[in-house]
Design a protein around this ligand. Structure first.
Ligand SMILES: Nc1ncnc2c1ncn2[C@@H]1O[C@H](COP(=O)(O)OP(=O)(O)O)[C@@H](O)[C@H]1O
Ligand SMILES: [Mg+2]
Length: 331
């Protein structure tokens, strides 16, 4: 349990129902086999939530990982992203071998990496291999990678009263650092699922990671203290970090309001975690800047409410029924 009494997710929250290799149309399986040789065995991987096909294929020559969506699915765009960015991720992510579209299915084929999803709970030994992986990610420049959009572009509608130029930069960003996307091998770890690569300030990777640590039950102060080992985080402008956390909170709130029934509990939980982080960030920031305790004001600037909340639980209660998110605490 975290400080707000939010339960931590189980493996189930990382998975979805998948199509098996055998259920793919014959034409699609043939097209894959034309590239990699006859498939001798196929095993569906249940971790992962976006790809409809997710399986390990064994041929007489190699072991591969296949990921796919139907050709008319909107996920085709993210498959293309992965193919484009994959060519630039040596030492970070398994190599993309092929990308094909048969008209029925859109399939990516990768080198298989022998690893398991990371354990991100506190004191997990996996952090030993994770740290150098994150260093490699932080060093990646996104400017020569085609198709990578500034990370704030997807959040443009959330920018009211926020200065998003504080988030800009030239680094490659992986926004989905959930433990299923971090594979721990014997002596190395890999980061998969580059479906939504972004460009921005390097520390944004660590900000996303902080949030995923919180998702695994870390209190915000401890999660931030772990990422504080990286220079990119130590040198990041606290105002910029707070801007990120505010935008993330708005985004999680938006997602919680529109989530389908199946994902609603999880989205609400994430919204509360984001609010918890924002509270922590605001307190830290406010005290460091002014020596004064923080105040959170919902709907500042919208004219809807001028109530000031100095107690976080009150804020959560106040906003939960309408699903409307707070305004950023202003400077
Ligand atoms: N190259 C790979 N080798 C081995 N396992 C992989 C590889 N790529 C992904 N996986 C595993 O498959 C799961 C699903 O792949 P991922 O790219 O994350 O798809 P999704 O978009 O469905 O989350 C990952 O969580 C990971 O456990
Ligand atoms: Mg994934």
């Amino acid at each position: 349990m975290s400080v707000l009494g939010i339960p931590t997710p189980g493996v189930a929250s990382l998975s979805r129902t998948h199509t098996s290799w055998e259920d793919l149309p014959l034409q699609t399986r043939r097209a894959v086999e034309d590239l990699v040789g006859q498939v001798q065995s196929a095993r569906t991987i249940s971790v992962g939530r976006n790809a409809q096909l997710s399986c390990v294929l064994r041929t007489s020559q190699a072991v591969l990982f296949a990921k796919g969506v139907p050709s008319n699915h909107r996920g085709v765009g993210t498959q293309r992203n992965e193919a484009l960015v994959g060519a630039h991720l040596e030492g970070i992510s398994p190599k993309v071998l092929h990308h094909l579209d048969t008209g029925e299915w859109n399939i990516l084929l990768f080198d298989h990496f022998d690893g398991r999803p990371a354990d991100l709970t506190q004191r997990s030994p996996d952090f030993r291999l994770l740290e150098p992986l994150l260093e490699r990610v932080l060093a990646k420049d996104a400017r020569n990678i085609p198709g990578v959009l500034p990370v704030v572009e997807r959040w443009a509608h959330l920018s009211t009263n926020l200065d998003f130029s504080l988030l800009s930069g030239s680094s490659l960003i992986h926004p989905d650092l959930n433990r299923g996307n971090i594979l721990i091998g014997k002596s190395q770890s890999m980061l998969v699922d580059w479906a939504l690569p972004g460009q921005g300030a390097a520390w944004i990777n660590l900000a996303f990671f902080t949030f995923f640590l919180m998702n695994e039950g870390w209190p915000p102060a401890q999660a931030e203290s772990w990422v504080n080992r990286f220079r990119a985080w130590k040198e990041a402008d606290p105002h910029a970090i707070r801007t990120f956390v505010t935008a993330l909170t708005r985004r999680r709130s938006e997602q919680a309001s529109s989530a389908p029934q199946l994902r609603r509990m999880e989205r609400l939980r994430q919204e509360r975690l984001a609010l918890e982080w924002l509270q922590h960030r605001t307190a830290t920031y406010s005290i460091s800047m002014t020596g004064m305790p923080y105040l959170l004001k919902p709907n500042v600037g919208t004219g809807q409410s001028t109530t000031t909340y100095s107690d976080f639980s009150e804020l959560v209660e106040a906003k939960a029924p309408s699903g409307k998110i707070l305004e950023a605490p202003t400077d």
